[in-house]
Design a protein around this ligand. Sequence first.
Ligand code: ZN
Length: 241
Amino acid sequence: MDTPVLDMLAFSPHPDDAELYCAGTLLLRRREGHRVGITDLTRGELSTRGTAESRAAETAEATRILGLDHRGNLGMPDGDVANTPENRLAIVREIRRWRPRTVLLPWHIDRHPDHEHASVLVREALFASGLRRVESFDDSGTRQEEYRPARAYYYMLSEDFTPGFIVDISDVFDTKLAAIHAYRTQFHTGTSADGPQTYISTPEFLESLIGRSMRLGFHVGGKYGEGFIPLQPLRLEAAWM
Ligand SMILES: [Zn+2]
């Protein structure tokens, strides 16, 4: 049986967070021929706008636009992403199943409690996943081997941070934006479904995201960028300095 292996896996508290905040980097890895994926922790069923069904259809559309090799959903309750042994083990199972070389996880300071809890949960699962004596089993009941991704990077959500590095996503920014616009009920697309305005449904939300992308891109000589902080210090060869 082929081992399902991904080059890069992003954990997204809600469907759309990865699209907003790290999809450009996923697109660049995919463009280089690597396998990439997103695992959503919740289905976003607490959203003010849209329904669980419309959100699932929007996620499928965004997944198609991004050309992901894997889109998972762990079905944790929206609004109650808690750092429990069960939730931690669910993420351990996902890491051991897909064995990604690199994991992208949410930054741990954010306006949304789910984002903060997801950050801690994934960080702790990354550690536990590498421990042989933390047992987990796949869907067929087979014991999974321990595995710890070589690299893990925090991505920037609603709170800015000073990035450890910035990826120039200028070449794929249009595709990233198309994937965001797939969430028609959530964001302002000019044809947004009716519903109460929320923090993320105003034109200003996307404008500010684009503005930040431009500021980050400018810092590294590009047009658009995404910023990250490594979970562990990066090894830098003297030859790169
Ligand atoms: Zn979210």
